[in-house]
Design a protein around this ligand. Structure first.
Ligand SMILES: [Zn+2]
Length: 128
């Protein structure tokens, strides 16, 4: 599917569907290539059923069907990130490439809200 990400890594865990916003895969690959290190996804596509199951926001950018934003597919991923140096490098690079970034203790959420939703780029923290 993509050079560095398998279909199963991108698919919704509940329905196995994969649907990416137009050119989102290219943006994800570009970030991976510039990072020059493995990037493991813990969450990518979510069907509305799975999104409800994990109690995410009903307008989540992980949704493969997003009536509110009309993204045409998922435009957010969660990436494993525990090591501090990796996090710092990864966040800086992501911001340079216009990703919005949510930082948690063991993962980083990335989305392209500025590209697909016309929203401002943001950085936020999930708290403890
Ligand atoms: Zn996320």
């Amino acid at each position: 599917m993509l050079d560095h990400f398998s279909r199963s890594e991108l698919a919704c865990p509940t329905t196995d569907q994969v649907r990416l916003a137009a050119s989102f895969g290219e943006a994800l690959e570009r970030l991976r290539v510039e990072l020059d290190a493995p990037k493991h996804l813990t969450s990518a596509c979510r069907s509305p059923m799975h999104n409800a199951k994990v109690r995410d926001h009903p307008r989540s950018l992980h949704l493969i069907v997003n009536g509110h934003w009309g993204t045409g597919g998922m435009c957010a991923v969660d990436v494993v990130a525990i090591d501090g140096n990796f996090k710092a490098k990864f966040i800086a690079l992501s911001l340079d490439q216009d990703w919005s970034v949510g930082v948690a203790s063991n993962f980083i959420h990335l989305d392209q809200r500025s590209r697909y939703c016309g929203l401002r780029q943001v950085v936020y923290h999930y708290g403890r």
